[in-house]
Design a protein around this ligand. Structure first.
Ligand code: COA
Length: 168
């Protein structure tokens, strides 16, 4: 297996999009919301998650690293930098199911961390869900330290009783 990490190239988006949406099945806040509260219409969780990729590609295309195995895209990581605070953020990391457990995710993380170091940043940040055991194992194993846990809430606004007016 020939694993390479390379910068983003024009033409990558469709593959990255497919990998992102497929990968986050089971570890997506938006999917949890739809599962608990029901769909709100035409914008399903995959569409909402996929939009994050375009945000990431716009925000810092030079901070996106793509993993290829034997020339095929296997996964990617996105990053952006708050230079003022000297913090590097990793909003998305995904590896295609067929290529997991072979060190691709770890290699992508190491590339992002090295990128932040090369840019002179002093801190790196990443998040994972409580329901994501891989993230909770992988991130500490490359040096991240847990600093906080957060609880996400959501509420439907289009069902009877969800209007604040009903409560007063
Ligand atoms: C997270 C993800 C990118 C990791 O990619 P990967 O290429 O499989 O990662 P690696 O092979 O480098 O490392 C995976 C590690 O998790 C471990 N692991 C796998 N399943 C695990 C589980 N259920 N519980 C705990 N650890 C687990 C592996 O043993 C390996 O650790 P090791 O190197 O110490 O043996 C990939 O699983 C993925 O795309 N998941 C869905 C999307 C996602 O969760 N993204 C991150 C959001 S925070």
């Amino acid at each position: 297996m020939s694993l390479q990490i390379r910068p983003l190239q024009s033409g990558d988006r469709e593959s990255l999009y497919r990998i992102l949406v497929e990968s986050f099945d089971g570890v997506s806040i938006d999917q949890n919301i739809d599962g608990r509260l029901g769909s709100t219409g035409q914008c399903d969780w995959q569409w909402r998650k996929g939009r994050h990729l375009d945000d990431d590609l716009r925000r810092d295309p030079a901070g996106v690293f793509v993993a290829t195995i034997d020339g095929q895209i296997a996964g990617f990581i996105t990053t952006w930098m708050d230079r003022e605070a000297s913090v590097g953020f990793i909003p998305n990391l995904a590896v295609h199911r067929d290529h997991r457990g072979r060190g691709v995710g770890r290699k992508l993380l190491e590339s992002a961390i090295q990128h932040f170091r090369d840019q002179g940043l002093r801190l790196a940040r990443i998040e994972t869900l409580d329901q994501n055991p891989v993230g909770q194992h992988l991130y500490p194993s490359v040096g991240f330290v847990e600093v906080a846990r957060q609880i996400h809430f959501a509420m439907r606004l289009d069902t009877p009783g969800s209007d604040l007016g009903d409560a007063v």
